[in-house]
Design a protein around this ligand. Structure first.
Ligand SMILES: NC(=O)c1ccc[n+]([C@@H]2O[C@H](COP(=O)([O-])OP(=O)(O)OC[C@H]3O[C@@H](n4cnc5c(N)ncnc54)[C@H](O)[C@@H]3O)[C@@H](O)[C@H]2O)c1
Length: 275
C-alpha cells in the first residue's frame, strides 16, 4: 500500500455506459488496468477485452431496466460516456436523459454506496450552460424521460449543444444532494478527440480548433487522453472534487477566451455563453 493507491480502482465495480468505442472504451480499459471489475453497456457490439458486455439502448427505458437487471450488486463508479451527433433521432435521450434515467434507477435501488462517483462526458459545446440555467432547471425538473424528451423537441432543444448543457447543469445541481449520500459527480468537457464519432463528423468536430492546435503543435486528443481525467475524477484521489465540468481541450478555450489565440475568441466566447 502507498499513498498513490488512491488513484487505483481495486475492489470497485465500474459501469461504463457507452463504452464500446472511443473515450468510453478507453476509460473501460483504464479502469481495468487500475484494478476494477468493469461492465460496459452499449448499443454497439462491445469488444473491449476483459469486461462484462451488456446491450442497452439509452433511448428505451425498458432496455435500460433490462441492462440494470443484469448487474446484481453495487456499482462504485458510473462513467456516462454515450453520445451521438446532431441529426441522430433521440439525441436528447442518448446524450443525457437515458443516462439520467439509469443513474436515478441505481440511486433508487441504493446501488451506489457511499464513496461512489459518477463521471459524465459532456463537451466543450456544453460550457455555456450557466447563461441558460433557468430554462435548464425547467427542463431538468421534468422527471419522466418521455415527457422531458417531448419538452426538448417542443422547445427546439433536441440538439447536441442543449444535451451537453443539460449534462453540465445536472452535474452542478446534483453535487450537493448526491454528496449528502456520499456520492460525487463530475464531468469532463473534451475538445476535439479522435474517435469514430468525431471522424464521422470530421468537418465540424475535428476541424474545430485546428488552427490553435497547429499553433500549439498538438494533435486532437486521443480517447485515452480523455479517459485519464475521467477515471481520475472518479477515483478516491479526487475525493475533494464534485460538481465540476473540467475542460479537457489542451488549453484551447483558455487561449480563445483570453485572446491569447484571438482567431477563436469569438467562437469560444459564444460557446461559453459570453455574447
Ligand atoms: N470526439 C469528440 O471530439 C468529442 C468531443 C466532446 C465530447 N464528446 C463526447 O464524448 C462522448 C464519447 O464519444 P466518442 O467521441 O468517444 O464517440 P464514440 O462513438 O466512439 O462513443 C460513443 C458511444 O456511445 C454509444 N451509443 C450511441 N448511441 C447509444 C444508445 N442509444 N445507447 C447506448 N449507447 C449508445 C456508441 O455505440 C459508442 O460506443 C460522447 O458523449 C460525445 O458526445 C466527443
Amino acid at each position: 500500500m502507498s499513498l498513490f493507491d488512491a488513484f487505483r480502482y481495486d475492489g470497485k465495480h465500474v459501469l461504463v455506459v457507452g463504452g464500446a468505442t472511443g473515450m468510453g472504451a478507453a476509460a473501460a480499459e483504464l479502469a481495468l488496468a487500475a484494478g476494477a471489475e468493469v461492465t460496459v453497456l452499449d448499443i454497439a457490439e462491445i469488444t473491449v477485452p476483459g469486461v462484462k458486455a451488456v446491450p442497452v439502448d439509452l433511448r428505451d427505458t425498458a432496455s435500460i431496466d433490462a441492462a440494470l437487471a443484469t448487474l446484481g450488486g453495487p456499482v462504485h463508479v458510473v462513467l456516462c460516456c454515450a453520445g451521438v451527433a446532431d441529426g441522430t433521432p433521440g439525441i436528447e435521450k442518448t446524450n443525457f436523459l437515458g443516462h439520467r434515467y439509469l443513474l436515478e434507477k441505481l440511486l433508487a435501488a441504493d446501488a451506489l454506496p457511499r464513496g461512489s462517483a459518477i463521471g459524465f462526458i459532456s463537451s466543450a459545446a456544453g460550457l455555456g450552460w450557466e447563461r441558460n440555467l433557468d430554462e435548464l432547471k425547467e427542463y431538468l425538473a421534468i422527471a419522466d424521460l418521455g415527457e422531458a424528451s417531448a419538452w426538448a423537441i417542443e422547445h427546439k432543444h433536441a440538439d447536441y449543444m442543449w444535451s451537453k448543457q443539460a449534462v453540465c447543469a445536472y452535474v452542478a445541481l446534483e453535487a450537493l444532494p448526491l454528496l449528502k449520500r456520499g456520492i460525487r459527480i463530475n464531468a469532463i468537457c473534451p475538445g476535439p478527440t479522435d474517435t469514430p464519432l468525431a471522424r464521422a463528423n470530421a468537418g465540424t468536430w475535428l476541424g474545430f480548433g485546428a488552427g490553435y492546435r497547429a499553433e500549439a503543435g498538438v494533435e486532437a486528443a486521443t480517447p485515452l487522453e480523455q479517459g485519464y481525467p475521467l477515471v481520475f475524477l472518479c477515483s478516491p484521489a479526487a475525493s475533494g472534487i464534485s460538481g465540476i465540468t473540467l475542460i479537457t481541450d489542451a488549453g484551447h478555450f483558455a487561449a480563445g477566451n483570453t485572446e491569447t489565440w484571438p482567431a477563436d475568441t469569438g467562437a469560444v466566447r459564444f460557446l461559453l455563453g459570453k455574447f
